[in-house]
Design a protein around this ligand. Structure first.
Ligand code: 3PY
Length: 247
């Protein structure tokens, strides 16, 4: 039985003031049956981990470097994330693939480093609108899965997030059938590569314009084990509505 997971991706939003929202979320935390993860910007990791210490809400990073240390100005290693209190890291978000030219190989190397540091990884995959319109969605997702996910993955250290690029921050959401088709495909690919035991234990999140108003319908789709939430995770009230829909 896979535990449900609600993960909030704050992206490049949030100052110390936003921590008050986190504390409100911790107070409003509606369900012990759902795992909750907040990924604030790196500047807030340490204070978020401190503010949420003793609650059931975990804290994660939004990226890490593939090396453990060294001359990489501006970068953060997986060990540093763990040192700041993170237990997870998002990798391969389409905004990083786009803004930083990250390729599947880079993401796999980062994921290896994160897993070696004891972090859980949330590896993102998703197609663009052009790719969907050209009926290439499953080919693209298949390539991202085989290229980005390391061999050492297990149900403990890997979560896969399906985020169609055209649904991120646009308010557009795929149909429930489209979500189900991709999630079933990801599950089948994981089972084929890692065997049924591991393949069935990896949690699959849907991400892209998830809100309290559409969350219940999305969570009823087969092989959807939770959500990677953008803007709605910045407001305690909205995020706890999404957590509620998972409970
Ligand atoms: C979104 O929903 O905007 C996201 O990109 C979550 O990662």
């Amino acid at each position: 039985m896979r535990r449900k997971l609600a993960a909030g991706n704050w992206k490049m939003n949030g100052t110390a003031i936003a921590l008050a929202e986190l504390e409100a979320l911790a107070r409003a935390f509606p369900s012990p049956s759902v795992d909750v993860l907040i990924c604030p910007p790196a500047t807030l990791l340490h204070s978020a981990a401190k503010a949420l210490g003793g609650t059931d809400i975990a804290v994660g990073g939004q990226d890490c470097h593939a090396a453990t240390s060294g001359a990489h100005t501006g970068d953060i290693s997986a060990d540093m994330l763990a040192d700041a209190g993170a237990t997870s890291v998002i990798l391969g978000h389409s905004e990083r693939r786009e803004d930083h030219g990250e390729q599947n190989d880079d993401i796999r190397a980062k994921a290896r480093a994160a897993m070696d540091a004891g972090l859980k990884t949330v590896i993102c995959v998703g197609e663009s609108l052009e790719q969907r319109d050209a009926a290439n969605t499953l080919d693209i997702i298949g390539g991202q899965l085989s290229g980005s996910i390391p061999d050492q993955s297990t149900g403990e250290n890997l979560v896969v997030a399906y985020e169609p690029i055209w649904a991120i921050g646009t308010g557009k959401v795929p149909t429930l059938n489209e979500i189900g088709e991709v999630h079933d495909f990801i599950r089948a690919r994981l089972e084929r590569r890692f065997g049924e035991g591991v393949g069935r234990s990896v949690r699959l999140l849907y991400g892209g314009s998830v809100k309290p108003t559409n969350a219940s319908d999305i969570f009823a789709v087969s092989n959807v084990d939770g959500a990677l939430v953008g803007g709605a995770s910045l407001k305690a009230q909205d995020f706890s509505g999404i957590i509620d829909a998972l409970s």
